[in-house]
Design a protein around this ligand. Structure first.
Ligand SMILES: [Zn+2]
Ligand SMILES: [Zn+2]
Length: 334
């Protein structure tokens, strides 16, 4: 095949690897899927065969009940697919089990990053810079205005409030896969070792993280305790529970929300959040451009969010780039 990368084909519902007849993160059920990580806009049930890291397969089993045809592949391990395509899973630093997928065929190297970030995260191994010809990168926060602050600074907002209001609790809204566990692990790293209370919807994923060796300290279920026991505590719930009746069982909750979108004041207002925490599991603008510079591909394909600004940055920096339009890549996991 000519060196035109025609073997790797972007479609609205996923990236098709023609010689291997497989799809990367397809948004509909296919015979052969390679999955980067467990968030719903990348992983789904119903595929004939699913290749992913053991952690991602465990997450998929918990969330989408996919058990059949699963092939685990460890970080750094290379899998030979049909049609002379090799696939290697490389840490992406996004959530537990998250991977970039390196595809090699006829001497050409293509990396699909999936979602990624460059900041340290105690719940997963860091993103590894890997040389390639084509880098297919996400761009969820692909605008210069998105610059995520250091996480320590955001976590301190929680612990400072607790110190100032010892009879209240801080209720943190965080997505159940990844964000919740990272926030808990960072609260621990900041020296807070009291029990942390969980909404019931967080329990199973936190247990899964703990079973995979992520230390989250002592976790308790809100439902098992009375109001007074939770004074002076951190409580973690899904964003949807922040303003619903459920929170009435808590002692004077101060509502917080952990999301990269908390940079946008209007979004914090929409959620009625007193304490917006700008904590993201995606690369910010500087991390996106740093990654393109460091990986230094001959071409970048940009997907998953605000493609235009990053496309423009590539042009201004004499780098070849194109935007891909994939459907269903939303911000639900952030
Ligand atoms: Zn994700
Ligand atoms: Zn995503």
């Amino acid at each position: 095949m000519a060196a035109d990368f025609s073997w790797i084909q972007p479609h609205p519902h996923g990236i098709y690897v023609a010689p291997a007849d497989c799809w990367i993160d397809p948004s509909r059920a296919v015979d052969n899927a390679l999955v980067t990580h467990g968030h719903a806009d990348h992983a789904r049930g119903g595929h004939g065969k699913t290749v992913a890291t053991p952690e991602t397969l465990a997450i998929m089993k918990l969330r989408y009940a996919t058990a059949d045809g699963a092939t685990p592949v460890a970080y750094g391990e290379t899998l030979s697919l049909m049609g002379g395509v090799d696939a290697t899973y490389i840490p992406a630093g996004h959530v537990l089990g998250s991977a970039q997928i390196l595809l090699e065929h006829a001497g050409e190297r293509v990396i699909v990053t999936g979602d990624y970030k460059r900041r340290p995260d105690p719940t997963c191994p860091p993103f590894e810079v890997t040389p390639c010809d084509i880098l297919i990168t996400e761009a969820t926060f692909g605008l210069p205005v998105f610059s995520h602050p250091p996480i320590r600074q955001e976590i301190a907002k929680i612990t400072d409030r607790l110190a100032a209001y010892p009879d209240a609790c801080v209720l943190v809204g965080a997505y159940a896969l990844g964000k919740a566990q990272r926030v808990i692990a960072e609260i621990r790293a900041a020296g807070h070792h009291d029990p942390i209370y969980l909404h019931g919807a967080m329990e199973k994923m936190c247990r899964l993280y703990q079973e995979h060796g992520v230390d989250l300290g002592e976790l308790r279920l809100v439902a098992d305790h009375d109001k007074d026991a939770m004074r002076g505590s951190v409580v973690v719930c899904p964003p949807s529970a922040l303003n619903d009746r459920w929170s009435r069982r808590l002692p004077d909750p101060i509502t917080a929300m952990a999301s990269g979108w908390m940079r946008v004041r209007q979004r914090a207002r929409q959620r009625n959040v007193e304490l917006p925490l700008i904590i993201s599991d995606h690369a910010d603008w500087d991390e996106l451009t740093q990654t393109i510079r460091e990986v230094d591909p001959s071409e970048s394909w940009i997907t998953h969010g605000r493609e235009e600004a990053l496309l423009r940055w590539c042009q201004l920096n004499q780098r070849r780039a194109r935007a891909l339009a994939l459907v269903g890549r939303e911000e639900e996991d952030e």
